[in-house]
Write a protein that binds this ligand. Structure first.
Ligand SMILES: *[C@@H]1O[C@H](CO)[C@@H](O)[C@H](O)[C@H]1NC(C)=O
Ligand SMILES: *[C@@H]1O[C@H](CO)[C@@H](O)[C@H](O)[C@H]1NC(C)=O
Ligand SMILES: *[C@@H]1O[C@H](CO)[C@@H](O)[C@H](O)[C@H]1NC(C)=O
Ligand SMILES: *[C@@H]1O[C@H](CO)[C@@H](O)[C@H](O)[C@H]1NC(C)=O
Ligand SMILES: *[C@@H]1O[C@H](CO)[C@@H](O)[C@H](O)[C@H]1NC(C)=O
Length: 724
């Protein structure tokens, strides 16, 4: 059935290329019907093999079966020719086939920035730094022996742990498992060759390392979010940074089998329907077993409708700035100082003023200067992150003393710092414009460059990075995504050392923000072992700090920041939570895809007698789309996880010109822990007020505040006039 477009494609390929006779092998993920009875691993594998063409006697062809999935997916991955795929498509039990695809990598001081401190009250103390919790990281592998993986102070893994260690050097109490899931030839231990997996796992759960530094900058203690949690590494990305879906699914399968508590995914695809999205399907099986899944929301911003990894059972994380700067500034003759950042800060750089060279013919510095007269100058060039290293080399080759690069307007206040291997200052667009006005007004422009190293406390509220993917979600338009922001801009953490490159590096991306949230989830799990993944997600969302700016320093929309910036200490004590049961998820999937579609995600026989719309899922944020003239209405249920006897009153903040919103009842009164109370939210457009063009969303918030004022439970609340 789902093969039909494939057959069409094959026919098309045949007509376009009638001379090709032999057909080459490609990788496919084959979904098959659920086995009637539970099979042990060996018989499951044999059953999967029975779908494949018989092995040719004496042939040296590599095994066709790449992965045999059991826990998160019914099926297997194999290399097949197109003809063989057609044959399999006719076999009994075949459901559908997916061509394998490549996922992208969504390429420390941060605990302190997030209010986590040793020896003081708060979540680090309540969770014993994440002790006992296992974080599974699907990424490019691990750097054995890196000080961030020291197990000092980390207890042995819980007896439920079933994972294994494929490292020659073995594992320890911090790094309790490490496996390579990369199928095919040349299997080797899961050693990280590119740095990404080392960085993300250390952000989530790196141990304390004193005197960590990057080229003398960022000196201090490097530490992850959950320093006493365990790490289990599943290598699913190869040394070119390619992560195959077949391998990633195998990583999810293994992690669930091994017994991880948290899954950290800094990989992803573009948005696709949830019933086609194998990562969402695999994550659903994980969430069903009580595993919390934290995912990068993607780096396709700042356009709207770009967010990915957006299933409601996955926490979708946006990337924001931290309060640290690698400060480098340009000082004009007037004394005015224009501040930027730099990772190239030579200590012996001249403090005197140097002539500036800026070509109005070639502001991007992609043309040779007309003559040699600009040797010894400081060059000013407009360059985005992808060009800056090349531009620095170009300027250097023409005798420049230093480079001042100016980021494009679209990047706003975001400065993605990168090592240029040349003295330089990277300016955000606004600061760059100030410099250009000076250049345009001065006859002999000059400036001196001041390197100040790392400075802390530079801004009091975080800003969403320009690259961070934005909602609305295409796959789940009735769920507000992303969910939350976490630090993801210029993040300092462990790296692969080689030769004289340092053991730490500074990287940016939602790849970096997702493991921050994996670590926070581990802390919450350690502090509240009985909380479901949905409860942890609710606690994170309803306690976020909403005061976040976008890259233009305007208040950020929920579609950029999620509920706001994560506040771990507040998340530890949310008062109320919006819980979601597995049956709720099934009703949600039934409502969206019907019984057949639901079988593809939820596996096996699915009872769709209950189904709900997307808006009705008991999600901690609320997105309603009332039709003109009628009210949209949903019921939400909250569970009391605060003091047994407590009472909450609601308030709604939303533009009354556009929307009239009512909540009933007025108060929720609880007499015991874990007691549940429901309320309804209804929203209606003001007469003729539904915005039909431009921004079709009106933002507000719904807050339940306890009588003693100690618990403030805030749900982002969006009313939309989009039809979906
Ligand atoms: C840390 O938690 C323990 C209980 O685990 C408590 O006794 C202690 O007072 C807490 N420390 C601080 C500084 O709050
Ligand atoms: C600054 O120091 C570096 C290495 O320490 C050296 O290569 C360079 O020549 C020095 N530059 C100046 C202007 O002294
Ligand atoms: C950072 O600045 C705030 C005020 O904006 C101040 O309260 C705080 O003490 C400062 N922290 C550090 C580490 O300097
Ligand atoms: C948000 O943060 C900014 C910068 O710290 C501050 O000036 C502003 O007052 C804050 N706004 C609110 C509503 O708290
Ligand atoms: C949430 O629901 C799950 C069942 O799906 C239950 O195990 C859990 O106790 C509930 N409450 C919390 C706070 O997680």
């Amino acid at each position: 059935m789902d093969l039909t477009p494939w057959l069409f494609f094959l026919l098309l390929a045949f007509f376009l290329n009638p001379l090709s006779t032999s057909s080459s092998l490609s990788r496919y993920i084959i979904q098959i019907e659920e086995p009637i009875e539970l099979l042990v691993e060996a018989s499951l594998k044999r059953w999967h093999e029975s779908f494949l063409p018989p092995a040719v006697e004496g042939s040296s062809v590599e095994p066709r079966l790449l992965h045999s999935y059991s826990d998160v997916f019914s099926g297997f991955a194999a290399t097949l020719t197109e003809e063989e795929l057609q044959v399999i498509g006719k076999k009994r039990g075949f459901v559908r086939a997916f061509p394998d695809r490549v996922l992208r990598l969504m390429t420390t001081h941060t605990p302190d920035f997030l209010g986590l401190k040793v020896g003081s009250k708060g979540l680090w103390n309540d969770s014993k730094l994440g002790s006992g919790v296992i974080i599974g990281v699907l990424d490019s592998g691990v750097t054995p022996g890196h000080p961030s993986y020291d197990d000092e102070g980390v207890p042995p893994p819980p007896s439920t742990w079933k994972g294994s260690c494929e490292l020659e050097t073995g594992c320890n109490n911090k790094l309790i498992g490490a496996r390579s899931m990369i199928a095919g030839s040349g299997r080797s231990p899961p050693v990280d060759e590119i740095g990404h997996g080392t960085h993300t796992s250390a952000i989530a759960a790196g141990n304390f390392v004193r005197d960590a530094s990057y080229l003398g900058l960022a000196k201090g203690t490097a530490v992850g979010m959950a320093p006493r949690a365990h790490l289990a590494i599943y290598q699913v990305c190869d040394l070119n940074g390619n992560c195959s879906i077949a391998d990633a699914l195998a990583g999810l399968d293994a992690a669930v089998k091994d017994g991880v508590d948290i899954l950290s995914l800094s990989i992803g695809d573009r948005s696709m329907p949830l019933d086609q999205d194998l990562i969402a399907i695999g994550s659903f099986a994980a969430a069903k077993k009580g595993i919390f899944v934290s995912c990068a929301g993607g780096n396709d911003g700042p356009d709207y409708f770009t967010v990915s990894n957006e299933a409601p059972w996955m926490l979708t994380v946006a990337a924001s700035s931290v309060d640290r700067s690698f400060r480098a500034s340009v000082k004009l003759p007037s004394g005015k100082v224009i501040s930027g950042e730099s990772l190239d800060q030579p200590s012996n750089f001249t403090k005197s003023s140097l002539p500036l060279y800026y070509s109005t013919e070639s502001p991007t510095c992609d043309m040779d200067p007309p003559d040699d007269s600009h040797r010894g100058n400081v060059w000013v060039c407009e360059a985005d992150i992808s060009r800056v290293v090349g531009v620095a080399a170009f300027a250097k080759s023409h005798g420049a003393r230093a480079l001042i690069s100016i980021s494009p307007k679209i990047e706003g206040a975001t400065v993605l710092i990168t090592k240029m291997d040349f003295p330089g200052v990277m300016l955000a667009n606004q600061e760059g414009s100030e410099l250009i006005s000076y250049l345009n007004s001065a006859s002999d422009p000059s400036a001196s460059i001041i390197f100040s190293g790392m400075v802390l406390n530079v801004s009091s509220n975080p800003t969403v990075a320009f690259f961070s993917s934005r909602g609305p979600s295409q796959a789940a338009p009735g769920i507000l995504k992303p969910d939350i922001s976490g630090p993801g801009l210029n993040i300092f953490a462990a790296w692969i050392p080689s030769g004289d490159t340092p053991k730490y590096n500074i990287e940016s991306g939602t790849s970096m923000s997702a493991p921050h949230l994996s670590g926070v989830a581990a802390l919450l799990k350690a502090a509240h072992p009985t909380w479901s993944p949905a409860a942890i997600m609710s606690a994170i969302i309803t306690t976020a700090d909403a005061n976040v700016s976008d890259e233009f320093l305007e208040p950020a929309l929920y579609f950029a920041k999620g509920a706001g910036h994560v506040n771990p200490n507040k998340a530890a004590d949310p008062g109320l939570i919006y819980n979601i049961t597995n049956n709720d998820y099934v009703s949600y999937i039934c409502g969206k895809f019907g019984e057949e579609g639901a079988r593809n995600i939820a596996r096996g026989v699915v009872d769709c007698s209950n189904s709900m719309t997307e808006e009705e899922l008991n999600y901690p944020s609320i997105l309603l789309a009332p039709k003109c003239g009628t009210a949209a209405k949903v019921t939400r249920t909250v569970t009391n996880v605060g003091p047994a006897r407590s009472s909450y009153k609601w308030s709604v903040t939303i533009s009354k010109t556009f929307v009239s919103a009512t909540i009933t009842p007025k108060t929720l009164t609880f007499t015991e822990l874990n007691e549940q109370k429901s309320f309804t939210v209804s929203a209606k457009w003001g007469i003729g007020r539904a915005p039909t063009s431009g921004n079709q969303f009106v933002e507000g918030k719904l807050t339940w505040t306890s009588n003693d004022g100690k618990h403030v439970v805030t749900s982002p609340f969006v009313v939309s006039s989009l039809e979906y």
